[in-house]
Design a protein around this ligand. Structure first.
Ligand code: PMT
Length: 418
């Protein structure tokens, strides 16, 4: 935004989002059948811009041939502490240059060694040589995971600041179902992003509330008044805030998002539920980014049983609607900066501008939802940011994650930012 009521247009571009650009991640792999997921996690981390170094325990190298990682990552792969062809003190160099270390899968033995400071293989030795944030992703049989010794070691690591990622519940290699599954690669990569954000991100120590999805206002137990919002825009803002180190509360109608590690999720259906959840989270929060599409009206009464089709003689059906509160306008908390979105199909600037003062917003992010590559459901958006002083900033077509990042940049630069 220009700040003086003028208009600013940024050049047309849609770069791929690269939240880990320039970051170095050390992936430590220990022995588990789930080690195949760490291959995919390494790829995801590099797709997000990181350079990944890999350290394998001797057992991990039996599950995944080191050549697999050597062919995949841009960094180095350490397998054998005594390999004469490996660079001298490779573990020290890898540990020192890491912005984060992810141990995935982390077996019970590796967790014990990490907790006790035993460095007898490339993974545990590199962890000892590193002061970067440590993410530990356990994977083992459910009975092993429940052992007091394993739990105590994890508690010890957590108390020292390690991020424990998972495990998840599901089918286990040892048979049956239980708590012990390695998280999916998308969650492992998200845990690394979160850990780096908490260590160096610009929003460390801040709490950001984000809303996502379209509210569903019940007509009866099977039908609702709703809209086309997928929640992607709100989730993208929440991820960008998480990656910058903020504590994030995502209030959404769309369920827990994939890759939502580090984001507190509150699930809601209606505008009134959304309003209540924001109210609970708002105390002490620094910003509310209202990307949700909130229904302006709800059925006056929701029937407790499914409404039946009317008799043939009676034509049509009338649904009585009552107005919902303006949720974003109704929220008031000290220090809280509010950012709205405006979904418009015509006269974008004029319609959006009118909402800034009416809703008490720091600024509004307007999107033309009649475009096929912007607004509802798609991965990209083309937005105009409008502030209370008449400042107008047009951004090019961008991935929604990058729009989220741009919103947070404007928030940090706002004079009301505490
Ligand atoms: O979820 P996606 O598929 O990714 O789509 C993204 C999106 C198009 C939904 C998103 O980019 C967007 O535009 N969200 C706001 C949609 C909307 O409700 O716009 P509005 O112009 O009707 O409302 C303006 C602002 O007031 C919004 O921040 C809205 O959350 C808020 N509002 C609206 C009505 C109401 N009763 N209470 C509110 O707080």
């Amino acid at each position: 935004m220009s700040g003086d009521g003028g208009e600013v247009a940024r050049a047309e571009q849609a770069p791929a989002p690269q939240p880990l650009r320039g970051r170095r991640v050390c992936l430590g792999v220990s022995g588990s059948i789930s080690a195949y997921k760490s291959v995919e996690a390494a790829r995801r981390l590099e797709d997000a811009g990181a350079i990944v170094d890999v350290a394998l325990t001797p057992s991990a190298a039996r599950f995944i041939p080191p050549l697999t990682f050597r062919s995949l990552v841009k960094g180095e792969v350490a397998v054998d502490l005594w390999d004469p062809s490996a660079p001298a003190e490779q573990h020290v160099a890898m540990g020192r240059r890491a912005d984060a270390m992810l141990v995935a899968p982390a077996s019970a033995t590796t967790i014990a060694k990490l907790a006790q400071g035993i460095g007898d293989n490339p993974v545990t030795l590199t962890a000892l040589a590193s002061s970067a944030p440590l993410v530990v992703a356990p994977a083992m049989d459910a009975v092993m995971f429940a052992q007091p010794s394993v739990q105590a070691n994890l508690e010890l690591l957590k108390a020292r600041g390690a991020f424990i990622a998972g495990p998840g519940i599901g089918r286990l290699a040892s048979g049956g179902q239980g708590l012990g599954r390695l998280l999916e690669p998308v969650e492992l990569a998200a845990a690394v992003r979160s850990a780096i954000g908490r260590s160096v991100g610009e929003l460390r120590g801040r709490h950001i509330i984000v809303t996502a999805g379209g509210t569903r206002e019940p007509i009866d137990p099977v039908r609702f008044v709703g809209n086309r919002s997928s929640g992607k825009m709100g989730v993208a803002v929440a991820e960008a805030a998480r990656d910058q180190g903020a504590a994030v509360t995502l209030i959404t109608t769309q369920g827990r998002p994939q890759g939502g590690y580090g984001i507190v999720v509150r699930e809601v259906e209606t505008a009134l539920e959304m309003q209540a959840e924001i109210g609970k989270a708002a105390r002490g929060a620094h910003a509310l980014v209202m990307a949700a599409a909130v229904a302006d009206y709800r059925p006056a009464e929701a029937s407790e049983s499914k409404l039946k089709k009317q008799d043939a003689e009676q034509e049509g059906m009338t649904l009585e609607l009552v107005e919902n509160p303006d949720v974003v306008a109704s929220i008031d908390a000290a220090k809280l900066l509010k950012v709205g979105f405006a979904a418009e199909t015509d006269d974008l600037i004029r319609n959006a501008q009118a909402k800034v003062a009416k809703k008490g917003l720091a600024f509004i992010v307007a999107n033309d939802v009649s475009q096929s590559d912007a607004g509802f459901q798609v991965e990209t958006n083309r937005v105009v940011m409008l502030d209370a002083n008449g400042g107008v900033e047009r951004l090019p077509l961008m991935h929604k994650y990058d729009v989220g990042w741009a919103i947070l940049d404007r928030l940090r630069a706002h004079r009301g930012w505490a």
